[in-house]
Design a protein around this ligand. Sequence first.
Ligand code: G6P
Ligand code: MG
Length: 222
Amino acid sequence: NTIGVIFDLDGVIVDTAKYHYLAWKKLADTLSFEFTEAHNELLKGVSRVRSLEILLNIGNVSISEEKKQAFLTSKNEDYLGYIQKMNADEILPGVHDLLGKLDRAGIKYALGSASKNAPLILKQVGLLERFEAIVDGNDVTKAKPDPEVFLIAAKKLNLSSEKCIVFEDAIAGIEAANKANMVSVGIGDKDTLSEADFNFNDLTEIPDNFIEELIKETENIE
Ligand code: G6P
Ligand code: MG
């Protein structure tokens, strides 16, 4: 009778949001429209294809399907340029402590990310072997806010949804966790992530007894 944890990747384990932003911004520059960090918030947790659609909408640009494919490819190539330079220094504060605590408590954790680059990023920062399961953009047909990615992760952890805690930095991700009936923990701005069950600015703020308390709370759930 235990719980499991599902981590989003971008913005929770590593700060790749800044690289996504730079790569999308470059595309917006090419198309001569402004793309701000506030705009970028809408792209967090959202699949690559959907991100492009949102971006083109912001710029009021309509283009052919062919052109879209070309943009998706070039955006990802730019993004990979940043990823290939990543190392363990880019793991966000509090990650090592929390993973260590979970390891010692025997609590399993999975990754639930919309990114098709998730395994590569985990490998770059040396965390690939730590996760019990990895569910990423290659495994899902429906992107967040659909709960699919988290439901697959729960299945791989062999746990019911109610026993899973999701750490997320994106509005779409919190929505997905809530839809999956999981405990949602928002990492980042509290007002942006107001739908979350719990909010912290980053993983260092998580109280020592947080996981223990959740175990107690979920004990009565079958
Ligand atoms: C994450 C990020 C999104 C990104 C998506 C797809 O969820 O938060 O900003 O668009 O993954 O990433 P990918 O690496 O497949 O382009
Ligand atoms: Mg994220």
